[in-house]
Ligand binder design. Structure first.
Ligand SMILES: Nc1ncnc2c1ncn2[C@@H]1O[C@H](COP(=O)(O)OP(=O)(O)OP(=O)(O)O)[C@@H](O)[C@H]1O
Ligand SMILES: O=C(O)c1ccc[n+]([C@@H]2O[C@H](COP(=O)([O-])O)[C@@H](O)[C@H]2O)c1
Length: 196
């Protein structure tokens, strides 16, 4: 089985995440994509929404896609969500599966800073997608990483979770930046102090 892992903070999940996952699935004939919210992200502040709330937003967003699943392994493990720890666990749970970790261009450029990245790059393949504001330069990566990163085409989406949170805080609309069911969940649960 070829499994894409769409890891993220998803605070909140937005359409950039969905398009990244779908573009990677389509480009490399992935059997499934598993959306995996982190508990505490390794390189930025802890999320505002709880792990349960972020899992719920993912579940609402991907409900209708036959090949998308949620994966709660990092939220359940707790602590800082280093990808190497997760992949080691997944390899034990699913021997013989091939894992493809889907990341935006900002994260491709940041890969050299990931925990035990040389070991990780031998265990999985990364699929990078374009993201406005983060020019992709694979040749700037160390050679062991150049061999581990594939690229997938995706329509560029200039949306980020932090921009969505800022808009919501200022009373602006975030409608259509997040899928409709995620929007409804945000309203229902009072997240980001959004005004309907
Ligand atoms: N608009 C986008 N286009 C392509 N990839 C994206 C986009 N938004 C997020 N990603 C990728 O999705 C993964 C998870 O991102 P994350 O949940 O941190 O969202 P974010 O929008 O980057 O959040 P924040 O603004 O809070 O930093 C990362 O690999 C990131 O590069
Ligand atoms: O393992 C690491 O050192 C590492 C460093 C940065 C990011 N990641 C993972 O990359 C994914 C996207 O990260 P983020 O912070 O943009 O949500 C998420 O699954 C993180 O756990 C992992």
């Amino acid at each position: 089985m070829k499994i894409g892992i769409m890891g993220g903070t998803f605070d909140p999940l937005h359409i950039g995440h969905l398009l990244a996952a779908e573009s990677a699935r389509d480009s490399y004939q992935l059997d499934e994509v598993w959306f995996m919210p982190s508990h505490i992200p390794p390189h930025k502040d802890k999320a505002g929404a709880t792990g349960e709330q972020r899992l719920k937003m993912v579940a609402e967003a991907i409900k209708d896609h036959a090949s998308f699943r949620t994966l709660d392994i990092e939220v359940r493990r707790g602590g800082v969500s280093y990808t190497i720890d997760t992949i080691e666990e997944l390899h034990e749970m699913y021997p013989g599966f091939d894992f493809y970790f889907i990341i935006g261009a900002d994260m491709v450029n940041y890969l050299p800073n990931w925990d035990r990245i040389e070991d990780l790059s031998e265990m999985i393949t990364f699929i990078g997608v374009g993201r406005p504001g983060s020019p992709l330069d694979l040749l700037a990566l160390p050679s062991y990483l150049q061999r581990s990163v594939l690229l997938a085409d995706m329509p560029l989406v200039d949306i980020s979770s932090s921009e969505i949170r800022e808009k919501a805080e200022m009373g602006h609309s975030i409608r259509y930046m997040v899928p409709e069911r995620v929007y409804e969940y945000i309203i229902r649960s009072g997240l980001y102090e959004i005004q309907p």
